[in-house]
Design a binder for this molecule. Structure first.
Ligand SMILES: [Cu+2]
Length: 478
C-alpha cells in the first residue's frame, strides 16, 4: 500500500497510521477492561497483565493430580495440529511436540513455559504445568506468531471467568525505547567503497554467506539479536561490473530456515531462492547483466521480519562509463524494531514482529546501526568529487536521501542518469538535485562537491526517520 503513495504523502500517512493504531489499542484496553469478557477462550490470558483482577481470581484452581497428554505437530504452514487442546481445569498439561516442518525450527510457549527451539524432524516433550485458565499458545520465533502459528488451550470445567481481560493492555503501543546517554557504537560498519580494479575482462566473484543469529549493536548502546549474512549488522557489499559472475554459497548456521534473493541477477527463483533448513547450504549463481545498486535479502517468510532482522545488503554493478570520483560511500537504509531495551549482548532479544506489522520502527538506520556516522563521519576535502551509492532495504520505510548544505550535480536512479555533472537528460545545464527519493528496494547514486569546510548532515529528509537515527555527517576540511 505504501509503495503506491507519493513520497511527499508517505510521512503523513505514516503518522496517521500510528495515531490510529494507538487510539485503537487504547480503545481495546478500555473496552475489555470494562466488559471483562466472561468466556472468550481464544483470548490471550496472561495474569502478569491483569488489570481488572478477574484472571487472578479465576486462576486459583485445585490441582487434580491428573495429567493430560497431547501430541502436537508443528507444520510447514506455520500451524499446530491440533490447533485446540482441551484440558480439564487443574490438570497438568504435557505436550509432545513434533516438528514436521523440514525447513524451520519452532517452539511452543504457553504461559510462562517455553519449549526449546525444536529443529526439523525432532521432537520434545514439555510439561506446561497445571492449567487453570484458557489461553493462547504460540511459536516465539520472530514473525511466526504473526503468521498464525498459535493454538488455543481451552480449560474446561473451571471457573468460566478465568480468561484475563487485561491481556490486551499488554498490546498497547509500547513506550519509545530511549537513547543511551553518551553511548558510542563499538564497531562502526565501514561505508567506504574501494574502486574496482580496472579490467575489461569479466570477473568471477566467489563468496560464502554464512547465516548466523547473533546479538549486535543497532544503536549506540542498544542491542538486538540479529539474523545476519556473515555476522555483521548488514550483509557484505558486493562490487562488480556488467558481465561479472557471482557464485555465492549460502550456509545456514541459524536455528530456523533462511534463504537469499539477489535482485542483481535475473533467474527463476524456484530453486536458488529456496529456504534451506539449519545445517544446509546451497549455491546461488548469476551473471550481472545490468548496472545498478541492487538489493539482496533473505526471502523466507515472513520476509519483513527476516529483512528487518538484518538479512539484507547491496550488490553494486557499475555503469560501464561511470565517472571517476575521489571518494565513494555506500548507505543502505533499513529499520530496527526492538522487542526490549537491551544494553548488552546478553540481554538482546529477536526483532518485534508486531511492530513491523504496525509500521512502528524504534530506529531507522544507515548500514544497520542508528547514528553511527555521527560518530565516524564521512571524511572528504573541499573540491573533491564524492559519490554516495544509496539503497533503501526497508522493509517498510521510504528514503529521501539528502545532504544538508549540499546539492547533487549527478543523479542516477534505477538504471538511468537524470543529471550528470550538471547536464540533465534533456540537455539543460542549469538544474540541480536536492534529494534522491527511494522506495524500499530502490537504489541509485548521487555525486557532489562540497563548497567549503564544515559539517554537512546526511539525512533521510522524512525528518521523523532522521530523528529515529537515519542521520550522519560529512566532515569537510580544506
Ligand atoms: Cu532469513
Amino acid at each position: 500500500m505504501r509503495g503506491s503513495q507519493s513520497n511527499s504523502g508517505v510521512s503523513s500517512v505514516w503518522s496517521a497510521a500510528g495515531i490510529v493504531a494507538s487510539v485503537v489499542a487504547i480503545l481495546l484496553a478500555v473496552t475489555f477492561g470494562v466488559a471483562a469478557n466472561p468466556s472468550g477462550t481464544s483470548l490471550p490470558a496472561n495474569p502478569n497483565f491483569a488489570s481488572g483482577g478477574t484472571a487472578q481470581a479465576g486462576a486459583a484452581v485445585e490441582p487434580t493430580g491428573e495429567t493430560t497428554e497431547v501430541e502436537v505437530t508443528m507444520t510447514a504452514d506455520m500451524t499446530y495440529e491440533p490447533s485446540v487442546i482441551e484440558v480439564p481445569a487443574g490438570d497438568e498439561l504435557v505436550v509432545t511436540l513434533i516438528n514436521e516442518d523440514d525447513k524451520n525450527g519452532h517452539d511452543l510457549v504457553i504461559g510462562d513455559v517455553e519449549s526449546s527451539r525444536i529443529q526439523p524432524g525432532k521432537s520434545e516433550t514439555v510439561n506446561f504445568g497445571v492449567q487453570s485458565y484458557s489461553q493462547e499458545g504460540y511459536c516465539s520465533v520472530a514473525g511466526h506468531k504473526q503468521m498464525g502459528m498459535t493454538l488455543d488451550v481451552v480449560v474446561t470445567g473451571g471457573s468460566s471467568s478465568a480468561v484475563d481481560a487485561g491481556g490486551h493492555a499488554g498490546h498497547a503501543a509500547p513506550a519509545a525505547i530511549p537513547d543511551v546517554v553518551d553511548a558510542e557504537v563499538s564497531e562502526v560498519y565501514p561505508a567506504k567503497l574501494e574502486p574496482l580494479e580496472s579490467t575489461d575482462e569479466p570477473v568471477t566473484h566467489e563468496l560464502t554467506f554464512t547465516v548466523t543469529e547473533v546479538p549486535l549493536e543497532v544503536a549506540p548502546g542498544l542491542w538486538q539479536t540479529r539474523w545476519t549474512f556473515n555476522g555483521s549488522s548488514m550483509g557484505p557489499t558486493l562490487h562488480g561490473k556488467v558481465g561479472d559472475k557471482f557464485i555465492i554459497t549460502l550456509v545456514n548456521d541459524g536455528t530456523i530456515g533462511h534463504s537469499i534473493d539477489f535482485h542483481a541477477g535475473a533467474l527463476a527463483p524456484d530453486v536458488p531462492m529456496r529456504t534451506i533448513a539449519p545445517g544446509e547450504s546451497l549455491v546461488y549463481e548469476y551473471t550481472a547483466e545490468r548496472a545498478g545498486i541492487w538489493m539482496y535479502h533473505c526471502s523466507t517468510a515472513p520476509m519483513s521480519t527476516h529483512i528487518a532482522s538484518g538479512m539484507h545488503g547491496a550488490v553494486i554493478i557499475e555503469p560501464a562509463d561511470i565517472d571517476p570520483v575521489d571518494h565513494e560511500f555506500v548507505i543502505v537504509q533499513s529499520e530496527v524494531y526492538l522487542a526490549n531495551e537491551a544494553h548488552s549482548p546478553e540481554e538482546a532479544e529477536e526483532v518485534n514482529a508486531d511492530k513491523i506489522a504496525n509500521g512502528t520502527p524504534d530506529r531507522v538506520v544507515f548500514n544497520g546501526i542508528a547514528n553511527q556516522y555521527d560518530q565516524e563521519r564521512f571524511e572528504v576535502k573541499t573540491g573533491e568529487r564524492v559519490r554516495f551509492w544509496v539503497l533503501d532495504a526497508g522493509p517498510n520505510v521510504p528514503f529521501a536521501f539528502h545532504i544538508v548544505g549540499g546539492q547533487f550535480d549527478t543523479y542516477w536512479i534505477e538504471g538511468a542518469y537524470h543529471l550528470r555533472q550538471g547536464v540533465s537528460s534533456s540537455g539543460a545545464t542549469d538544474g540541480g538535485s536536492q534529494v534522491l527519493s527511494l522506495l524500499p528496494a530502490e537504489g541509485g547514486f548521487v555525486e557532489l562537491e562540497f563548497p567549503e569546510a564544515g559539517n554537512y548532515s546526511v539525512v533521510n529528509h522524512i525528518m521523523s526517520e532522521a530523528e529515529r537515527g537515519a542521520h550522519g555527517y560529512v566532515h569537510v576540511t580544506d
